[in-house]
Design a protein around this ligand. Structure first.
Ligand SMILES: [Zn+2]
Length: 110
């Protein structure tokens, strides 16, 4: 899960490197208003923690295919199929957990 807010100057997403799971944690660590400098337009702004949102980090398709390919190289064509499926499942499980964390973050305000 990645946290972001939107720049008031150029409307681009600004990603935050805060490792928190909820807005309440964000509030407790940084206060209600975060000071942000936009990396694109350099505008300095303040953002209420309730305007910080989360989005999923994991992409379903790519890592599963990649790990499948790696195992495939080691195990031959059957390994490719099994590895692709297993890798896909692992990523699916991780991304589901990530999506839940995102939904939890976005639906709880402080
Ligand atoms: Zn900007």
């Amino acid at each position: 899960m990645k946290l972001f807010c939107t720049c008031g100057g150029c409307n681009r997403k600004i990603y935050l490197n805060a490792q928190v799971k909820t807005r309440l944690e964000l509030f407790n660590s940084y206060g209600r208003v975060l000071r942000i400098q936009c990396p694109s337009c350099q505008i300095q702004g303040q953002i209420d923690v309730n305007y910080v949102f989360a989005e999923p980090t994991y992409n379903l398709a790519v890592p599963g295919t990649l790990s499948g390919a790696v195992i495939g190289i080691i195990g031959g064509p059957l390994g490719m199929i099994v590895g692709g499926f297993g890798g896909g499942f692992l990523v699916w499980a991780v991304s589901l957990k990530d999506k839940k964390a995102v939904a939890h973050f976005n639906s709880n305000y402080v």
